[in-house]
Design a protein around this ligand. Structure first.
Ligand SMILES: Cc1cc2nc3c(=O)[nH]c(=O)nc-3n(C[C@H](O)[C@H](O)[C@H](O)COP(=O)(O)OP(=O)(O)OC[C@H]3O[C@@H](n4cnc5c(N)ncnc54)[C@H](O)[C@@H]3O)c2cc1C
Length: 408
């Protein structure tokens, strides 16, 4: 039986401090500029590539950390630096995980290096699932993938939206419907290689926060990709569809729960991003409260301010513990019997929204200006309760799991 410890090991501490140094020295100083520019911070991504943070190797090392804490620790530090820039750095990793999870060894070897490029010519990748009429309700997706047997090609048609790095990515991973009768079990993922005709960027969104991260529509108009671009391959897809049809005939719902379980395992990573933003705002507020004087004493000497800080810190620590627990459970194959992955994402993202708002209040007028970072952090924090499943969807997953009823 492994000994229980709440301490990071020496190797983890070293990685955490290294990431923190990059976040403090490179990401944070660039944050305000890229937020104003609302553009992908290519020079910062390149810096990250040069030191080895923007690479599959780094991501994989954290992913395979046997304690499960590698990814949450990395996310917290990078997003502590700045959420928009950090999402530009880790967005490719989210698409790469889609390939790692479903692709063959050959697909992994071919496409993941093209997602990252190299330190002198960095590239990004996009994961395109959401659609204008299929956000929370993923099963109502309409983008179709039809197999052209004569040419061994798949033909993709539809409109994706909200894609991080959509249209500027070298490689797009696109989820599409191959069998409309099977709900989300009738979906499959496809690689769209660089320069494929028919894929175009639609509207680029002007956003409230995480403005350094590019978010856009992706239009697929008769996009033809080789059969080899179906992740996992045709044989595996046919087997999976046959099983799903059998199960659908036999009663249905178990099929959909399997997909929800996969999301459960990735949700703590988003919770960790939220912890990073919340901690950043809390630290600014704490420093400010110790140095800002009114009525002849630092404002932290007022219980009204000090108690706010006490609550902020307590909630951030509680959020991190939920994230770490879910990450540890995921890596150890413990079943999420109370939707602990969703719990961690729900609590951490709501905490980030709340704590960044409290930080603005503690900084008073300065908190409301762009001279201080908490205004940006508050705008950034609003994303966590929306993407990768809204707070309402997390509550729905937790509630249905507790009730023992099917999630959809
Ligand atoms: C900046 C940004 C980046 C993103 N990046 C990506 C990406 O890279 N790839 C990708 O595929 N997607 C991405 N998304 C999409 C994101 O995952 C969706 O926005 C999210 O899932 C919500 O979908 P929606 O916006 O259509 O909202 P809706 O699903 O329309 O929800 C609207 C409101 O209704 C509520 N609601 C819906 N159904 C229920 C219900 N059953 N019970 C209670 N309340 C409900 C929601 O909680 C929400 O408050 C991104 C979004 C943003 C904003």
């Amino acid at each position: 039986m492994a000994e229980f410890t709440m301490e990071l090991n020496d190797e983890q501490k070293e990685v955490r401090d290294w990431l923190h140094g990059f976040a403090a020295d490179v990401i944070r100083p660039a944050a305000a500029e890229w937020d104003e520019r609302e553009e992908t911070p290519w020079p910062v991504i390149q810096e990250a590539a040069k030191v080895g943070i923007y690479s599959l190797d780094f991501y994989a090392q954290q992913y395979f950390d046997p304690t499960g804490l590698g990814i949450p620790m990395a996310m917290e530090e990078l997003f502590w630096g700045d959420a928009g820039i950090a999402l530009s750095i880790v967005g490719t990793g989210l698409a790469a995980v889609g390939v790692l999870a479903n692709g063959t060894e050959e697909q992994i070897g071919t496409w993941i290096p093209q997602m990252y490029g190299d330190a002198n010519d960095v590239k990004v990748a996009a994961f395109c699932s959401s659609e204008p009429d299929a956000g929370s309700d993923v099963a109502s997706m309409r983008t179709r993938a039809v197999y052209d047997e004569a040419k061994d090609e798949w033909v993709l048609n539809g409109t994706k939206t909200w894609a991080t790095n959509g249209g500027i990515a070298n490689v797009h991973v696109v989820v599409a419907v191959v069998d409309a009768d099977l709900g989300s079990k009738g979906h499959a993922s496809f690689i769209v290689p660089p320069g494929t005709p028919g894929l175009a960027q639609g509207q680029k969104f002007k956003k409230h926060g995480i403005r350094a991260s590019h978010t856009a529509e992706v239009i697929l108009d008769n996009v033809r990709v080789p059969g080899s671009c179906l992740l996992g391959g045709k044989e595996k897809l046919d087997e999976r569809l046959a099983r799903a049809r059998e199960r659908a005939k036999a009663g249905g719902e178990r099929v959909k729960n399997a997909a929800m379980a996969t999301f459960e395992a990735s949700r703590p990573a988003v919770g960790a991003m939220a912890v990073g933003t919340a901690r950043a705002a809390y630290e600014v507020a704490l420093d400010y409260a110790k140095t800002r004087e009114q009525f002849g004493r630092p404002i932290i000497d007022n219980q009204g301010v000090a108690f706010e800080l006490a609550d902020m810190r307590t909630q951030i620590d509680a959020a991190r513990l939920l994230v770490w627990r879910a990450s540890w459970m995921a890596v150890n194959g413990k079943p999420f019997t109370a939707a602990e992955g969703s719990m961690s994402k729900l609590f951490a993202s709501e905490t980030a929204k709340k704590v960044t708002g409290q930080a603005i209040q503690i900084l008073g007028g300065n908190g409301y200006t762009r001279e201080y970072p908490v205004e940006r952090m508050h705008r950034d924090a609003a994303i966590y309760t929306i993407f990768e499943g809204t707070s309402e969807i997390q509550r729905l997953v937790i509630a249905r799991t507790l009730a023992g009823v099917p999630i959809r």
